[in-house]
Design a protein around this ligand. Structure first.
Ligand code: ATP
Ligand code: MG
Length: 137
């Protein structure tokens, strides 16, 4: 059993897609073991995406992620990290496979509806960035 970290991004929250996206998690057998709605400030978003600091899209990414509330959650299941990456589809929705969350809901490369950890190391860091251990069921 593995845990991964997920965000429902502002574009999806604004379009009332929280329920539809949570349904995808549950249909895939990924258990939601922690969840909360938060509004990121610039410092929190910059720290979360520190690996992308200095890239040309960084400032716009931070502006987008602070543009409205997001849902952050911990998903648990067998091979959760890789299976959730597959469920999301490629970063760019135009390249994402049919039936993936990004193919079905994302608007653009930036406004791509969901985040998911890309490795066990990033999952551990990202979960701890948002949740205390006693907030995870
Ligand atoms: P995420 O980390 O959000 O799950 P990812 O791992 O598929 O997505 P990353 O390479 O980590 O993709 O990029 C983080 C986020 O930055 C992307 O989800 C996207 O919103 C944005 N992004 C990445 N590359 C670009 C780009 N070239 N132009 C605009 N935005 C980008
Ligand atoms: Mg990433």
């Amino acid at each position: 059993i593995e845990r991964t970290f997920s965000i429902v991004k502002p574009d999806a929250v604004k379009r009332n897609l929280i329920g539809a996206i949570y349904q995808r998690f549950e249909n895939a057998g990924l258990k939601i073991v922690a969840a909360k709605m938060v509004r990121l400030n610039a410092e929190k978003a910059q720290g979360f995406y520190a690996e992308h600091e200095g890239k040309p899209f960084f400032d716009d990414l931070v502006a987008f992620m602070t543009s409205g509330p997001v849902l952050v959650q911990v998903l648990e299941g067998e091979d959760a990290i890789v299976r959730y990456r597959e469920l999301m589809g490629k970063t760019n929705p135009e390249e994402a496979a049919c039936g993936t969350i990004r193919s079905d809901f994302a608007l653009s490369l930036r406004h791509n509806s969901v985040h998911g950890s890309d490795s066990p190391e990033s999952a551990a860091r990202e979960i701890a960035y948002f949740f205390a251990e006693d907030e995870i069921c």
